[in-house]
Design a protein around this ligand. Structure first.
Ligand code: SF4
Length: 197
């Protein structure tokens, strides 16, 4: 990562670091990570781990609530909520100028569900349109694009996919571990969320 940052700086790119928050070493190193990122003039965004993909560790043990971590960070850093939006789900806080002056982001899909305001769509390199990271399904766009069909046909397929975009993911964490709920997560369940909306 460090080897990639310097050339990016030299090229004049604006850099932001994303870090997946996990129990263990991350908790003891997060203050240093804040100092490092902000010392280089970079935003740092912390992200809660989601149960997606295969990993070698036990997510029941690694899950770290960023809502809880933010409360702990508030005891060590002077954090002020910001209204800033960067086109994604991150909510930002400013660390006091006398400390780092940098911007600290939080992406909290589990402890502070932001699905109700999600407008995200993703298109893979193979032309698959994914309307939600919390679902496996996708809609193929490649055949339409390669068939020479009109833009209206393509638009209709996209709109059809968007009309079926889930209200939210169904991931929940509990003391007994991960479980999947059949119901989408309503934002009202995020009672622990106190980040600015
Ligand atoms: S609706 Fe899906 S893509 Fe949007 S924030 Fe929720 S899980 Fe992520």
């Amino acid at each position: 990562m460090l080897a990639g940052i310097e050339p990016a700086f030299s090229a004049g790119l604006k850099i932001k670091i994303n870090a997946v928050a996990m129990h263990g070493g991350f908790e003891t190193e997060v203050d240093d990570l804040i100092r490092f990122a902000h010392g280089q003039g970079m935003d740092l965004t912390l992200i809660e781990e989601m149960p997606l993909g295969d990993v070698s560790h036990d997510r029941r043990e690694s899950h770290l609530s960023l809502t809880d971590l933010r409360h702990r960070l508030s005891g060590r850093w002077t954090l002020t909520p910001l209204p800033d939006r960067t086109g994604g789900p991150a909510r930002y806080m400013r660390v006091a100028e006398t400390e780092t002056g940098g911007r600290l982001g939080f992406i909290t899909p589990l402890s502070c569900d932001f699905c109700a305001g999600c407008t995200r769509l993703r298109v893979s390199a193979t032309g698959e349109l994914f309307t939600c990271m919390g679902e496996e399904g996708s809609v193929g766009l490649r055949d339409v694009l390669r068939s020479g069909e009109s833009d209206q046909v393509l638009e209709a397929r996209i709109l059809d996919a968007v009309s079926r975009k889930p209200e939210g993911h169904a991931f929940r964490i509990s003391s007994s571990g991960w479980r999947e709920s059949p119901a989408p997560c309503p934002i009202s369940e995020a009672e622990t969320c106190t980040l600015p909306s």
